[in-house]
Each structure stands twice: as C-alpha cells, then as structure tokens.
Ligand binder design. Structure first.
Ligand code: GAP
Length: 454
C-alpha cells in the first residue's frame, strides 16, 4: 500500500488520468484553454457510472423524486429573478505590476506573480486594485441581432430550470410536498481562479435535486439529506476519514441560502467542498412568482396555500470523480515490482473485468477468451486484451481500476475453468467458464470497502 509518508499530489492524479486516457486538457493542440478538460474513454465510462449511481439513488429507488431535463439557455429574466445577474459574483483584484487577477477573498491561498513564495500584496512591488465584483455567468447572444435585448446566459446552475418548471411537474407528475425534482446537465461559470484540475472548471456536469417541503419541515429534511448524501459516498467506498460535513458560517452563505452544509473531501489540495446541501427556503419560488406573475405555490385540498421551502443537494460529477480517483490511488510493491492501482468501488470502476488469454497465439485459448468476452460485454463494460506479457496486462488493468481479470490458460483447455484475479488482494481462484457471468453479477452486488480504510 502507498507509503503514508508520501502524500498524494494532484500532479500524480493528473498524470495518471492523462497516461491512461481518463482526462485530457481541452484544445491541447492550440495551447489549451484554461480550466477546461476533455474526458477520454475511461473518463466517460467513470462519469457514466457516477451519473447512473446518483440517478439510481436519487430517483429510481425513491417514490418522491422525478426527473427533468431543462434547457441550458433560459429566458434571461430567469437569472434576473434568481438574483444571479446582480449577485452571482466573486470579488476580484488585479495586480498592475504582474498583471495577474486574484479573488479578493482568497488572497491568502494565492501566490504573487513576481515572487511566488509571497502572497499578492505582500511585496513593495505589488500594486493591487480595489476589489471589484465580477459576474461568473457566461453571456451569449440569442438570434441574429447583437444588442442588449438579445443577451442571454449559459446556465451557471441547473436549479433554476427546475424552479421555473415547479408548476408543470407538481401538476403533471401528481406529486405533493415533500417531493423532489432531479436534473443532471452541464453548467458554466467564468471562474476567476482556475486551476486544480477537475476541481474548478469553467464547464462541469452538475447533478442537482430540489426537494420541495412544507416550511415547518425544512430543517428536518435538511438534516435528512445531509445524512443521506454522506451515506451514499460511504456506500460507494469513499474512505470515512476523508469525508466530513461542515456547516457554513453566516458570512459564507450564497445569496439564496438560509443554511448550507458542505460535504467536504480531503483532496490533495486540502479539505474542500465536494457537495453542497443548501436550505434555499422559499427564496426561488417567491422570486419567480413575483417576477413572472405565475404563482409557484402549493394548494392543499382544503384550499390552504403555501410556498414550499427547498432543500438542495448539488454536486458536480467532476468533483466526485476527482474525489474517487484520489481516494482510490495506491502504489505498492509486489514481488520486486511496483504497481499503481486504483482501488475504485467496482460499481464506479470504468471497466468491470478484463478477459485475457494467457497465450494469445494459442487458438484454443484465444477462441475461448473471445467467446467469454462476447458473452460478458452484453451485460457489462469488459475488456479483452491479448497484447503483451500477462504481467503487463494485469498492471494496465490495475491502473484503470478493473476489479477482476479472468484468465484463460492451459488448464481451461482441459477442464473449462478460468482463473479470476482480484485487483485488491491479488488472490486467484478457479471457476467454471460457464459460471463466470453469474459470478461477476454476484461480485458486483457485494458490499465493498476500501482496503486502505483506517
Ligand atoms: N445550485 C447550487 C449550486 O450551484 P454551488 O455550491 O455553487 O451550488 C454546487 O455548486 C456544486 O457544483 C459544488 O458543490 C461542486 O460540487 C460543483 N461545482 C461548483 N463549481 C464548480 C466548478 N467550477 N468546477 C467543478 N465543479 C464545481
């Protein structure tokens, strides 16, 4: 297992992601574009798993949450009503000497452009401007005319698409509070302090659920969702010692929030927000009722009316993926060789199993391995790999986190059994080739705990 004296760095994760095709810097052949990444094959598979595990727990396994897919570009009045045009800002300062731009509220974490060992403002050469508010929304133009009336925004959150559909969903999905609407989709923010890989990007995939509740029940539901979301991460194998809940202080709250707790993960850059769970009160439905003239409220059968309060768990797939990768990364020496292994929960791992003929040139082995691969790939993402030494093929699968490898060898030709190798323990056992599919289904349904957990 990794030497705990050597802390994991973000660079190690960046280089693994690149080497194994999880994530590439975007527009690389043109010199890149800040804080924007493209996901390669294994990145896409991992993201798909995270999205569907989230959807399964937030929608599929519940009676009280339904799905929505709203547009990215909404009527710009939505963002005026929501407070984003006026309030979705970060305070920034410019240094007239080094020409760099910093977040005024995060100067203590930034480095001076001329003397990186110093903070901005700490040397006599630094010449910082007064803080200015900078809006994080990307503007675009809708239609052929380019004037103020055609200005629209790329959504910085998916939540507003949910609020403006409250009436449609409440009526048509025949739900009554408490009920939720879940949405997954891209969100865009013109972040001022980019960096830190997938953690802070200018476009990212947000998964949000707005849970509408009677006002008196809001605090209880807030606690419920903090616990439920924390349990979800632990069930997916995130190490408990790397996850904590932290309530926001009054000065940290967003313009819409009456209380927020973050689930924080211990990334290589320190404890940082993984997921926010906010109590948005009746802020959004009240604002949209006022600005649109459409009453977004709940009417009980006896005619009592109220504006539901909203509890909102919100997280990007990107930050989850980064947390899972950091949590799973391990290096160990096996025999006289070092291996890098991603100890991902099998349900999160991009590839569930590798099917390997021991000797690719042996026709009997090659045929059986190919047949097993073709059977399994109808149900799971699996890989068939016949190139190179078996040890090297195992290492490659370890680095992408494949939990099991089925190897077809000489004995298979005699008794129709294969070996299954476990990524974490390296234990090997034999099982009948005909039973592999059922074995894999069972293995994927089992609880899994990281061997690195304390
Ligand atoms: N609707 C509420 C909302 O958007 P937020 O705390 O600003 O709240 C929600 O964002 C989540 O989105 C965060 O907890 C984080 O997981 C993710 N997130 C925010 N900004 C991000 C960025 N620039 N890059 C990647 N993920 C980001």
């Amino acid at each position: 297992m990794a030497d705990t004296a050597t802390p994991l760095t973000m660079d190690t994760i960046v280089s693994l992601c690149r080497r194994r095709g999880f994530v590439f810097p975007s527009s690389e052949i043109y010199g890149g574009i800040g804080s924007t990444y493209d996901y390669g094959h294994y990145g896409v598979l991992t993201k798909n798993n995270i999205r569907s595990l989230w959807f399964r727990s937030m929608v599929q396994e519940r009676d009280d949450v339904v799905a929505l897919d709203s547009a990215i570009i909404l009527n710009p009045r939505v963002w005026e009503a929501s407070g984003h045009v006026a309030g979705f800002t970060d305070p920034l300062v410019d240094c007239k000497t080094c020409k760099l731009r910093f977040r005024a509220d995060q100067l203590e974490h930034a480095s001076c452009g001329k003397r990186p060992s110093k903070r901005p403002g700490d040397t006599s050469d630094c010449d910082l401007t007064e803080p200015r508010q900078f809006n994080l929304m990307f503007e675009t133009q809708v239609g052929a005319l380019r004037d103020a009336s055609s200005t629209a925004y790329l959504r910085p959150e998916t939540a507003q698409g949910i609020f403006i559909n409250f009436k449609n969903v409440a009526q048509l999905a025949r739900r009554k509070p408490p009920f939720g609407i879940a949405q997954v989709g891209k969100a865009f923010r013109n972040e001022i302090t980019p960096g830190n890989f997938l953690f802070r990007q200018r476009e990212f995939e947000l998964m949000e659920m707005e849970f509408f509740v009677p006002p008196d029940d809001a605090e209880e539901w807030h606690r419920y969702w903090i616990d439920a979301r924390r349990s979800w991460y632990l069930e997916l194998g995130l190490r408990e010692e790397n996850l904590r809940a932290r309530a926001h202080g009054a000065g940290e709250l967003s313009h819409y929030s009456s209380a927020t707790s973050d689930l924080e993960y211990q990334y290589p850059i320190g404890w940082q927000e993984l997921e926010g769970i906010a109590n948005r009160g009746d802020f959004d439905l009240t604002q949209h009722t006022r600005e649109s003239g459409t009453k977004l409220e709940w009417v009980e059968q006896d005619g009592t009316r109220y504006t539901p309060h909203v509890i909102e768990p919100a997280v990007s797939i990107d930050r989850i993926m980064l947390a899972f990768l950091c949590d799973a990364y391990d290096e160990e020496v096996v025999g006289d060789r070092e291996r890098v292994v991603l100890r991902l929960h099998p349900l999160v791992a991009p590839v569930k199993a590798a099917i390997l003929p021991l000797i690719a040139k042996d026709e009997g082995m090659a045929t059986r391995a190919r047949a097993l691969y073709e059977e399994l790939r109808r149900y799971h993402v699996v890989e068939h790999d016949e190139g190179g030494q078996i040890g090297r093929r195992y290492r490659r699968q370890d680095e992408i986190g494949t939990p099991w490898a089925f190897t077809v060898d000489e004995q298979t030709l005699e008794d129709e059994t294969v070996t299954v190798r476990d990524r974490d323990s390296l234990a090997q056992e034999r099982l009948p080739i005909a039973g592999v599919r059922a074995w894999l289904d069972d293995a994927l349904a089992r609880d899994w705990r990281s061997p690195q957990s304390r």
